[in-house]
Design a protein around this ligand. Structure first.
Ligand code: GLV
Length: 331
């Protein structure tokens, strides 16, 4: 039996499906496969490349049994795939970097503004017919200009968020690899030289008015923001997370928001998506979005193009344009 070139777990936006269909044979899962259905499909020998989403978990056990050539992940992040196990099994992984940087930074800054100015509460107030006219102390929020934005991480999305913050008159500090640190060269600092401050993780936590998380999820960053970090933050501080949910201990966050340890949170990602920690949805000092960082029509289209191009190259035994583990090809 000749394997089908592409198993698509969830259809891609345009032009993704078109590019896959032009290049080879495509099977689209009727519904998103469970972990075991995905494992069986990967082990069956019926597919060359899986075109996957963040919810599709490729653990070591699945990858050790898999008879596929590659995985093209429709995301820049790939924490859903055990990359070491993929490489050990000569399974090439591709992702979609670069295109979603500005859209995600826009969303991080949207959350800064929305939490600071109580946008969602205020909108609900108007819709509920409670607006009786201008009042001196109606729904007062926090200032953004003049406040300090702390960036956990200094990658593409963190730097794009820094640009927005500087334009809003914020002071910007960053810690490039929390909870530790790393050197940042003058070249990496680039346009930000003299405009942003490189500080330690404890200093970032203690001094930020807004602390925005921009690190990948891995063993070092899981629960980077835990109860003790939350207790070290200013009581007036606001936490923003557009990276990955498990970087924040979500139940500790609920406690901190409930008892006033910090003032608010803007979240686009959750520890156990799509479930929310008990109590989170009841807190008025939060703005909660359903993982929309890259959700614009042009960005998702470009992600779909890159995802399809990766899948096509992998199916042909070529290096994908956006490889995560190119070393798997050489094996
Ligand atoms: C979205 O979260 C992505 O990693 O692309």
């Amino acid at each position: 039996m000749t394997p089908t070139d592409f198993l698509v777990t969830t259809p891609l936006p345009d032009p993704g499906m078109r590019l896959l269909e032009t290049a080879g044979t495509v099977t689209v899962a009727a519904t998103r496969p469970s972990r075991d259905e995905l494992a069986d499909a990967c082990a069956s020998g019926a597919y060359r490349v899986v075109v996957a989403q963040l919810q599709d978990e490729f653990d070591a056990d699945l990858l050790d049994r898999a008879r596929i050539t590659g995985i093209s992940n429709f995301a820049v992040g790939y924490n859903n795939i055990d990359i070491a196990a993929a490489t050990a099994n000569s399974i090439v992984v591709g992702n979609t970097p670069g295109v979603l940087t500005d859209a995600t930074a826009d969303l991080a800054f949207l959350l800064v503004l929305a939490v600071a100015r109580r946008c969602v509460e205020a909108d609900a107030f108007v819709r509920a017919g409670k607006f009786r006219g201008w009042e001196p102390e109606l729904l007062l929020g926090h200032d953004v200009s003049g406040a300090t934005l702390g960036l956990a991480g200094f990658g593409r999305i963190a730097r794009a968020t820094a640009r927005r913050a500087l334009a809003f008159g914020m002071t910007v500090a960053f810690c490039p690899r929390p909870p530790g640190d790393r050197a940042v060269s003058a070249e990496e600092l680039g346009e930000f030289a003299g405009r942003v401050r490189h500080v330690s993780w404890p200093e970032l936590v203690e001094t930020s008015d807004y602390l925005s998380v921009h690190v990948p999820l891995n063993a070092e960053t899981r629960h980077l923001v835990d109860g003790s970090v939350l207790r070290s933050m200013k009581r007036s501080a606001i936490l923003i997370n557009t990276a990955r949910g498990p970087i924040v201990d979500e139940s500790a966050l609920v406690t901190a928001l409930r008892d006033g340890t910090i003032a608010g949170a803007g979240l686009d990602v959750y520890e156990d998506e799509p479930r929310l920690a008990p109590g989170l949805a009841e807190l008025p000092n939060t703005v909660l979005l359903p993982h929309l960082g890259s959700a614009t029509v042009p960005v998702r289209a470009e992600m779909a193009r890159r995802c399809a191009e990766n899948a096509v190259a992998i199916a042909r035994g070529e290096r994908p344009p956006y490889p995560v583990n190119p070393e798997a090809l050489a094996r």
